[in-house]
Design a protein. Structure first.
Length: 267
């Protein structure tokens, strides 16, 4: 094994520090995609589970699944049973079906997508319970039509950390990794008036630091990515660029225009 010098260790530490913002953005994207997958597919997983667990046909299964989403508004109470002024959604009381009541007791929370995203750990546990039962069922009945296994979280081709956002921290981190290149340092100095702190000589020059990028976000993004070519008279750059390492996408917003209207009354 080749020994690692102190300089090499410092360099690796700096690279990890500069890449932290990119890692954070990627982690956020992974979390969002995982929550979306859980929320979007939960109803289908639930349908499969109910169908085989309770031996119902398609129509009966759909009715049972729908019953898990049938709610009514109810006043929210605090710990002392006093109204809080807010309303919450609870299951309706219009059923005596034992299977429906069993499913509601098992779910505990109405499985709306917003509720799933807000209570992800709870619903991942429910997905695990369903998958565990389905795995045993498939092992015993391997040729059953429609009995398919799935994964709890995105894997392989079902998930890609596709586009990460190039915001102030990530852009600063990228430049920090390549600022030692003379052309990069010249670009920062001549185009953005940003110089390394140790080389700052003029009061007008801005230090190469994360707060500088945060404070001058719109100006820096516009100059770095030269977005004017994509703008039109009514669509302007919205200070957001995303990339997957191969291509990039920019966000444009439509300007809101106001029209002055004069009302003339009839005599």
């Amino acid at each position: 094994m080749r020994p690692v010098s102190a300089t090499g260790q410092i360099g690796n530490a700096r690279r990890r520090t500069h890449g932290r913002a990119l890692i954070t953005e990627t982690a956020k994207l992974m979390e969002i995609n995982a929550l979306n997958m859980i929320a979007l597919h939960f109803r289908r997983r639930q349908h499969q589970y109910i169908r085989f667990r309770h031996g119902r046909n398609y129509k009966e299964t759909k009715q049972l699944v729908d019953s898990c989403y049938r709610v009514r508004p109810e006043r929210e109470l605090d710990g002392d049973s006093n109204p809080t002024g807010k309303t919450t959604k609870v299951w309706t009381d219009e059923t005596e079906d034992l299977v429906e009541l069993e499913l509601r007791g098992w779910l505990k929370i109405v499985p709306w997508q917003s509720q799933i995203r807000a209570n992800s750990a709870h619903f991942v546990h429910k997905l695990y319970n369903m998958l565990e039962w389905i795995e045993k069922y498939v092992a015993e009945h391997p040729n059953t039509k429609g009995a398919r296994l799935y994964t709890l979280l995105p894997v392989a081709t079902s998930f890609q950390a596709a586009y990460i956002k190039l915001n102030e921290p990530t852009l600063h981190g990228l430049f920090a990794r390549i600022i030692h290149i003379p052309e990069v340092e010249d670009f920062l100095k001549n185009e953005l008036d940003i110089v390394p702190t140790k080389k700052k000589t003029l009061g007008a020059q801005r230090p190469f630091a994360k707060p500088t990028f945060q404070k001058n976000r719109a100006e820096i993004l516009r100059k770095v990515f030269v977005v004017q070519q994509f703008e039109t008279s009514n669509r302007k750059f919205a200070d957001e660029v995303k990339t997957n390492g191969y291509g990039a996408s920019i966000l444009l917003i439509r300007l809101v225009t106001t029209t002055s209207v004069t009302v003339i009354g009839k005599k």
